[in-house]
Design a protein around this ligand. Structure first.
Ligand code: SF4
Ligand code: SF4
Length: 332
């Protein structure tokens, strides 16, 4: 099985229920950022730059739970910032779990070993470690020597304790394909259960030099084809075809709404044109036509990020071949 038992069934049931209700826009994954604070300052990070005046703000557990109820997504990805510096993280995980949510705890791993005793492996918790390359590259991106060694130690400790572990790797223009192949081999050796991979978004604050344009991206991802066959990638085959330039997809920013200490971020995890007080306002007051590649919005045309297009691949798969591909992928 590619995912935790029960997850694929829960998501499928959620999609069918919303389609029956004729809900045009509904959420699959809540991107919950209870804090912007982080113990790193990575070169490609948009968050710590965009919200530098609000880094001290945190959401209460009650606000986090309300956000989960408001949007109703079956999956909650706790990100940030670094969730393990959020003071109420264990209470939050426990209460989201009681609500039956599947939780991705997204972490840079630095504090994981210190806090592992407070975390229990459970049927619906997945730990997602951010690893951007082998030692030299990862340490260069995080700007701190020793971070790679610590995240690998954290991964091994998590596996030893019985957690479902995945990793998330962001692809930059400077990413070396051979290094990346070596990284997957190492991570597989460390016991990682599944891999997520996404091109970085071209934040203007960071500069063009770091980001692939779509054509270059397609070439890069085509060279990774043997790896997609060899390892357990969690991205759907339709999303992989999209980043390889083999199919078009529109993005579905509303399916992965972001809630942080400022409010509901509109329109997506990458862009922050507005923040709304409620999920209902986010859905009803965002002018969705202005976003996504079809809109020709210059901020969207070169975007291929996982959180915008992966859900679109699952929601848009319409042909018999697409549906069979998705079913086969979930159960292999
Ligand atoms: S670990 Fe994540 S949140 Fe922290 S600086 Fe790096 S990219 Fe940003
Ligand atoms: S294309 Fe990218 S930047 Fe534009 S709305 Fe979708 S996810 Fe956001």
């Amino acid at each position: 099985m590619r995912f935790k038992p029960g997850l694929a069934a829960k998501v499928t049931k959620h999609i069918i229920a919303n389609k029956i209700r004729n809900n045009k826009r509904f959420s699959l994954v809540l991107m919950l950022e209870p804090t912007f604070m982080c113990n790193l300052s990575c070169e490609g990070c948009g968050r710590i730059r965009e919200y530098k005046r609000d880094l001290h703000k945190v959401m209460s557990v009650a606000e986090c739970l309300k956000a989960a109820d408001e949007c109703g997504a079956p999956i909650v990805s706790i990100c940030g910032g670094e969730p393990l510096v959020y003071p109420y993280i264990f209470e939050l995980i426990e209460k989201l779990s009681k609500k039956g949510k599947y939780i991705y705890l997204c972490t840079n791993g630095l504090l994981f070993k210190d806090k592992i005793d407070r975390l229990k492996p459970s049927g619906n918790l997945m730990v997602n470690f951010h690893v951007d390359g082998p030692e030299k590259t990862h340490d260069a991106i995080t700007g701190l020597k020793g971070t790679y060694a610590r995240v690998i130690e954290a991964i091994k400790a998590a596996k030893k304790k019985g957690f479902f572990v995945c990793t998330n790797t962001t692809i930059y223009k400077q990413t070396d394909i051979n290094e990346l192949k070596q990284l997957f081999k190492t991570l597989q050796g460390a016991g990682v259960d599944g891999f997520l991979i996404s091109p970085a978004y071209g934040y203007p604050q960071i500069g063009e030099a770091f980001f692939f344009r779509k054509k270059e991206l397609a070439g890069f991802f085509r060279k990774l084809e043997p790896e997609f066959k060899k390892y357990n990638f969690l991205g759907s085959p339709l999303y992989i075809e999209f980043v390889q330039g083999k199919r078009e997809l529109d993005c579905a920013p509303w399916s992965t709404p972001t809630r942080n200490p400022i409010g509901w971020r509109s329109p997506c995890y990458q862009l922050a044109d507005k923040h709304f007080a409620t999920y209902k306002e986010l859905i009803e007051k965002t002018d969705w036509k202005k976003y996504g590649p079809k809109s020709k919005n210059p901020r969207c045309v070169e975007c291929a990020v996982h959180c915008g297009f992966e859900p679109a691949s699952v929601l848009e798969g319409k042909s018999f071949r697409d549906i069979m591909t998705l079913i086969g992928w979930q159960f292999t």
